[in-house]
Design a protein around this ligand. Structure first.
Ligand code: SF4
Length: 378
């Protein structure tokens, strides 16, 4: 689907050869990391409490007023190289007022400026609130980690603190599937993310089939982020993860875009198996491996406090505020001076790699100095 912005120009289709969220693009274009993407957390409310939720610790039952939308739009306007925005939560559409007064204006801003947009949702609420996004949204990103309604019931409410009846969960599961089908038919690009973890790793092909049945145009695959609720869940070994990815590649539909992100495998890896997997990923039709944008080309803004983070995950503290500074200068300070950034700020262009996600590196490569490693191009 080709889309046209208010300036009348045609926006390029998102595709395996054009993913503006991949920070390697702006790194190549500008010769250094630039802020091209801003993610905004527009709610900490959610109707689910997933076992693996990477922002679970920040979820609340009531929340305060937001920062003025004008301030946020002004800060976005100041970002010189802005190419994408992402809207996240909680469930961003949990309150209808948030959809009407915050999400739609942000998406309209993006469309008018000619930049691309994504929203992260569980898609389990009524269809009408998602249909409002159809005229403006580029990517509806959903989580899909389920083998069916029983599994959805088990994992989707694991941290509710009270029993959730199976019938209620089943109804939400069915609504999510029906919403995805309906929105896909209306032309929305739905990208369903499956995380690879101890529960999903042996069921990825089955989840892939359901994702295709929902009409999703992209299947995203990421390892579980060890943050918040997920911090204490069992961790897969790198071998188990590698086997799971091969299994998925063996069984996937090659006509559908499959995007792998925040992988714990690198061209500088010491094993042949690791590098062979990367070669297979890079050679496979309609498969892309996205570098992690967090802290490389993207910052996250908490729309309640104005605090700026590397990621929407709570694990890494804020390093600025939209009340005090513009986002380009906050990002500049992070890239040039922050000690955490220095541990993973590597780049091997021949391998199309610009280093690991901070949390995933911490999970599998504690103490490894990526800046002293180089890609091995077999
Ligand atoms: S950019 Fe970093 S993580 Fe990627 S291959 Fe090079 S040294 Fe390894």
């Amino acid at each position: 689907m080709t889309v046209i912005n208010n300036g009348g120009s045609t926006l390029r289709d998102l595709s395996p050869s054009y993913d503006p969220w991949d920070p390697i693009r702006s790194l190549r274009k500008h010769g250094r990391h630039r802020l091209t993407s801003v993610e905004m957390t527009v709610t900490n409310l959610c109707n689910m409490r997933c076992e693996h939720c990477a922002v679970g610790d920040t979820l609340v039952l009531n929340e305060p007023d937001m920062i003025p939308l004008d301030l946020m739009l002004r800060r976005l306007d100041e970002v010189e190289h802005l190419e994408t925005i992402s809207i996240t939560g909680g469930e961003p559409s949990f309150r209808r007022q948030t959809v009407d007064n915050v999400i739609v204006p942000l998406l309209r801003y993006a469309r008018e400026r000619g930049i691309r947009s994504q929203i992260n949702s569980n898609l389990t609420l009524d269809l009408e609130r998602y249909e409002k996004l159809l005229p403006y949204l580029d990517v509806m990103h959903i989580s899909f980690n389920y083998t069916g309604p029983e599994n959805f019931h088990q994992t989707g409410f694991a941290n509710s603190g009270h029993p959730v009846p199976y019938a209620a969960a089943e109804k939400m599961y069915t609504r999510m599937i029906d919403n995805a089908k309906s929105l896909s038919r209306s032309g929305m690009l739905i990208s369903a993310e499956t995380m690879i973890n101890f529960r999903t790793h042996e069921h990825l092909p089955q989840m892939h089939r359901t994702i295709l049945e929902m009409g999703c145009r992209r299947h995203e695959v990421h390892p579980m982020y060890p943050s918040a609720f997920a911090a204490n869940l069992p961790v897969l070994s790198l071998d188990e993860m590698r086997v799971a990815i091969h299994d998925l590649l063996d069984h996937r539909d090659e006509n559908v875009w499959m995007l792998f992100g925040t992988l714990p495998f690198f061209a500088c890896g010491s094993t042949d198996e690791e590098r062979a997997l990367l070669r297979r990923l890079h050679a496979s039709k309609n498969v892309t491996v996205r570098n992690d944008p967090d802290g490389r080309s993207r910052v996250n803004v908490n729309m309640f406090t104005g605090d700026v983070f590397v990621t929407d995950f709570a694990a890494i503290p804020s390093f600025g505020s939209v009340y005090r500074d513009n986002l380009d200068s906050i990002f500049e300070e992070w890239t040039t001076n922050h000690p955490l950034n220095r541990t993973v700020d590597c780049h091997c262009d021949a391998a199309s790699c610009c280093g690991p996600n901070l949390l995933v590196a911490d999970m599998y490569y504690k103490g490894v100095d990526f800046k002293s490693r180089r890609a091995i191009m077999d």
